[in-house]
Design a protein around this ligand. Structure first.
Ligand code: IPD
Ligand code: CA
Ligand code: CA
Length: 264
């Protein structure tokens, strides 16, 4: 039998320790590099944080596999067994430019099913955490299930990129959604945007390209409060590749999908 309490205790302990190391790094000079393009940033702290988790997990749970954004973990072919899915710093651009609005995202899945989800807002010392079937929490406070919000009062998290000319979606599909709702926001950290949805600070989040490490922990939290997450086509997410993301309170997922997104 898997001891999930033990795994959760370690995961929470490590995420807080990693956060402390990141807070300490504010006193040091960051090494910033670009990855796929000049705006796709990575720092020494992204790599060091991922390496920190890998060493701890390998030492404590040698049979577990690790999918990490910086590629220091394993090359996964499937989600069979126990898999840790880690984004060491989600919102690296914010980390570099603002020293806030970023998070560590850690999830543990068993045979593709999310068992533990942790999103740690390092600067605010806020840990969003959930165990499958046991509810979602912000630090020690239980998060209530998501109720209905009418479309005209909804706040939608969306990056302006997607309502201008881009390679992934015709902006004409999204503009009517932006017009129909109360307001839009963009926080620059997918993990925090998912955590904000879980806590009801935003009602919808739409984005065109997230990787499993961006959403794996968020999905575990969302399941505990009744949030609905699919691709923009309304399909289930694939945890081994990039996905478009459409996540919302249940009533808004249904209404927005039917009115604006569903292929007629
Ligand atoms: C990025 C952030 C950003 C989202 C990007 C992600 P990173 O993660 O979550 O908000 O729009 O798609 O890649 O690179 O900062 O870990
Ligand atoms: Ca990320
Ligand atoms: Ca990252």
């Amino acid at each position: 039998m898997m001891n999930w309490n033990e795994i959760e205790d370690y995961a929470k302990h490590w995420i807080r320790e990693a956060g402390e190391r990141i807070r300490d790094s504010f006193q040091t000079k960051l090494v910033v590099e670009s990855k796929s393009n000049p705006d796709d940033l990575v720092t020494n702290m992204d790599k060091e944080t991922e390496q920190f988790f890998i060493e701890k997990i390998h030492e404590t749970f040698p049979s577990h596999q690790i999918l990490g954004e910086e590629g220091l973990g394993d090359k996964l072919q499937s989600l069979k067994g126990i898999t840790w899915i880690i984004d060491p710093i989600d919102g690296t651009m914010n980390f570099v430019h603002q020293q806030r609005n970023f998070a560590i995202s850690v999830a543990v899945y068993e045979d593709g099913v999310g068992q533990i989800g942790l999103i740690y807002d390092v600067v605010h010392d806020e840990l969003y955490h959930a165990r499958k079937g046991q509810g979602a929490y912000l630090n020690s406070t239980k998060i209530e299930p998501l109720g209905d919000v009418p479309l005209e009062k909804a706040i939608v998290a969306i990056n302006a990129t997607w309502v201008t000319e881009n390679r992934r979606i015709d902006p004409k599909i999204l503009i009517p959604i932006v017009n129909a709702v109360r307001g839009t926001r963009s926080y620059g950290s997918a993990a925090l945007e998912l955590a904000y949805l879980v806590t009801g600070r935003i009602d919808v989040y739409i984005t065109m390209r997230l990787s499993p490490w961006d959403f794996a922990a968020g999905v575990v939290l969302l399941n505990e409060v009744g949030g609905v997450i699919t691709t923009l086509e309304g399909e289930p997410l694939n945890f081994l590749k990039e996905n478009s993301i459409f996540v919302a309170r249940p009533n808004l997922h249904k209404e927005i999908f039917t009115k604006f997104l569903k292929r007629k």
